[in-house]
Design a binder for this molecule. Structure first.
Ligand SMILES: NC(=O)c1ccc[n+]([C@@H]2O[C@H](COP(=O)([O-])OP(=O)(O)OC[C@H]3O[C@@H](n4cnc5c(N)ncnc54)[C@H](O)[C@@H]3O)[C@@H](O)[C@H]2O)c1
Ligand SMILES: CCCCC/C=C\C=C\[C@H](O)C/C=C\C/C=C\CCCC(=O)O
Length: 265
């Protein structure tokens, strides 16, 4: 059965700009009742809230300044969502940072921040405040979370960690106890500020690796495209499934092989 977006409420981390902001727009275009944009960037957050309320109607969007690595702050964003909208159905664990020059921050935001989101979403808020029998968590990983990524090894590792979270919280055991479906989106390059960085690697020794990637990447896709594919995943992607979106093409499902197939007789 298709999960109906109309009249649902979403909380999107990293919602002030880039992919998160475009995902908010894509959901609102489908009749979402309300969205909380959670972001550490106050300037862009206030602007995003204003823009969404102008386009989709007053009171549809709420911006909450929050650092997702801080559990208490992040929980307050959930509480403010419930206070304003009285329900929560969709959580996008989307905020992320890139470039390995700040690798400890990558671990904090991409791993600890995402874990905070899963704990709050699965065990405390979506399970209790979803308005129908099902809630959805969509987590943003990357194609760099499915294969190696020479320019940013630590970034890649943090995105592999998200795959582990989705495969684990996406087990039927958790679905049965919470009614929350979990899916993962793994985009390849998207035209957002995350790509606008010069200081991208751990060391000058890594110079040149980004050039190779730039030649390999077929097309830097628009965030609107990826956001549209994410909406389809929220609607009907199976629990625990992983989806790649690249080169502006339709999403395709990625599966991890069962380890038994590698066993030598
Ligand atoms: N742009 C790409 O090529 C690409 C490709 C694959 C995956 N991704 C992933 O997509 C997601 C969104 O990134 P984007 O491309 O839109 O980049 P972006 O930089 O435009 O947006 C990221 C947002 O996350 C917010 N953020 C960062 N740290 C935070 C924190 N501690 N607490 C709350 N908010 C925080 C930022 O302020 C920003 O608004 C990230 O997880 C990124 O890793 C991006
Ligand atoms: C064209 C410029 C690409 C610059 C990419 C910089 C940051 C990207 C971060 C994204 O999360 C990952 C985007 C693209 C990854 C490209 C290739 C990954 C290779 C791994 C794979 O797909 O197997």
């Amino acid at each position: 059965m298709v999960f109906e977006i109309r009249n649902k409420v979403a909380l999107i981390t990293g919602g002030a700009k880039g992919l998160g902001y475009n995902f908010a727009k894509a959901l609102l275009s489908k009749g979402l009742k309300g969205v909380t944009l959670v972001d550490i960037n106050e300037n862009d957050g206030i602007l995003a809230e204003k823009e969404l309320n102008e386009i989709y109607g007053n009171d549809k969007a709420l911006f909450v300044k929050c650092d997702i690595t801080n559990y208490a702050e992040f929980e307050e964003a959930f509480q403010r969502t419930i206070k304003k909208f009285h329900q929560l159905d969709i959580l996008a664990n989307n905020a992320g940072v890139g470039f390995d020059g700040i690798w400890r921050k990558e671990i904090d935001v991409n791993i600890i921040g995402t874990i905070n989101g899963f704990i709050l979403g699965m065990d405390h808020y979506l399970n209790k405040y979803k308005s129908t029998n099902e809630g959805v968590i969509i987590a943003t990983s990357s194609t760099a979370g499915l294969g190696g990524y020479a320019p940013w090894p630590v970034y890649s590792a943090t995105k592999f960690a998200i795959t582990g979270m989705v495969k684990s919280w996406g087990c039927q055991f958790h679905y049965q106890r919470t009614g929350v479906r979990v899916v993962e989106v793994c985009p390849c390059a998207i035209a957002t500020d995350l790509l606008n960085t010069d200081a991208f690697s751990l060391s000058p020794l890594y110079e040149g690796s980004m050039e190779t990637i730039k030649n390999e990447v077929e097309q830097v896709q628009k965030p609107e495209h990826v956001a549209g594919e994410m909406v389809k995943m929220v609607e009907d992607a199976p629990n625990g499934s992983i989806w790649v979106v690249e080169a502006g093409e339709p999403a395709f499902e990625f599966s991890l092989p069962k380890r038994e197939i590698f066993k030598k007789e």
